[in-house]
Ligand binder design. Structure first.
Ligand code: GDP
Ligand code: MG
Length: 322
């Protein structure tokens, strides 16, 4: 860890090889439908967790960069929220989808993730059709191959070939099958000179932000049905104590009193469990002891207040594209 100051704390790995000449980098946007396994893949390529993962859709709300440094290459993988059709009256949904498209403006290459259980369905075809218009090279990643038969993989590859795709890589972010091959493949797409990040950096997201994302992940995992979508987590304070331990205070925003009582649970059992799980993961990533304090607050309609999006470190509303 780099304990620079509380705002600027970065997450990094602690190997320091000698500098290598002829450094290259590339920016790869990892896109696909919600739940395809984009965040899991970024974590698998990094061999460390930076992005939150959950079985519910729309877990990732903004774009996080995973910085994978391999030999003299730096693969900058942008983990984006899933692409879906947002409801017109939902600002949050529209921001999420716009954020995914916005990542493409920065990218040199698109890695499109398909859930192999879903295959090349109409929705994937529609998104792929739109992506082709971006005029960027596209690699297709067939994910979750641990869940399907080999013959189904071949069918998906054939479907993709019919659509004109050549670079197709089957992987499992869960078992890591094919992940190394994928990183090696993406490495060859790194054509830009130099490294934009120091070798030990693994993400552009701050530990402060990752900490709030982890709490959000635990809310997603522990609360049923629609509730997690009504929730946001903001970090009120993030302190590195003299003994290098972290003291973090976060507020969980909900829309209604009834939701507040669900998050708290009977005798505060639910919030206690969520707090313990979040503290465990944050401590593991930050590699230090963590003191985590969670508060729950009702803020009606936070989702439809544009001013909230910066507050939650969501990317700013893009100017064009709907
Ligand atoms: P995202 O929305 O595309 O970022 O998807 P996530 O990374 O959040 O993953 C969605 C769900 O799929 C989670 O429950 C993951 O654990 C699961 N998942 C992701 N990759 C794999 C995989 O390769 N195999 C299996 N079996 N599950 C996976
Ligand atoms: Mg995700």
């Amino acid at each position: 860890m780099n304990h620079k100051n509380q705002q600027d704390l970065t997450v990094n790995k602690s190997n320091n090889k000698n500098n290598i000449l002829n450094k290259k980098h590339g920016i790869i946007a990892i896109v696909g439908m919600p739940n395809a396994g984009k965040s899991s893949l970024c974590n698998a390529m990094l061999q460390q967790k930076i992005s939150i993962v959950s079985p519910k859709v729309q877990t990732t709300r903004n774009s996080i960069k995973a910085i994978i440094t391999l030999e003299n290459y730096q693969i900058i993988a942008i983990d984006t929220p899933g692409i879906f059709i947002p409801r017109q009256d939902k600002i949050l949904e529209r921001v999420i989808v716009k954020t995914a498209w916005q990542a493409l403006r920065e990218a040199d290459h698109i890695a499109y993730v398909i859930d192999s259980e879903i295959g090349v369905n109409l929705e994937n075809q529609r998104i792929l059709g739109d992506l082709k218009k971006e005029n960027l090279p596209i690699t297709i990643i067939i994910n979750k191959i641990d869940k399907i038969k080999k013959s189904k993989i071949l069918t998906i590859i054939a479907d993709l070939a019919n659509l004109g795709f050549i670079d197709i890589i089957p992987v499992s972010a869960l078992t890591n099958e094919g992940v190394e091959k994928l990183t090696q493949f993406l490495k060859d797409k790194c054509l830009r000179d130099n490294w934009p990040y120091p070798e030990e950096e693994i993400t552009d997201a701050s530990m402060r932000f990752i900490a709030s994302e982890i709490t959000r992940e635990k809310l997603f995992l522990n609360l049923s049905q629609e509730l997690p979508y009504s929730i946001s987590v903001k970090t009120d304070s993030f302190e590195v104590l003299d003994n290098k331990q972290l003291k973090i205070k976060q507020t969980i925003l909900v829309l209604k009193e009834s939701q507040k009582s669900i998050v708290l649970g009977k005798n505060g059992q639910m919030i206690k469990k969520i707090g313990e799980q979040a503290r465990h993961d944050i401590a593991q990533i930050a590699n230090t002891k963590v003191h985590l304090f969670l508060f729950v607050k009702v803020e009606e309609n936070w989702m439809n207040k544009t001013e909230n999006f910066d507050k939650f470190e969501l990317n700013k509303l893009p100017q064009n594209k709907n």
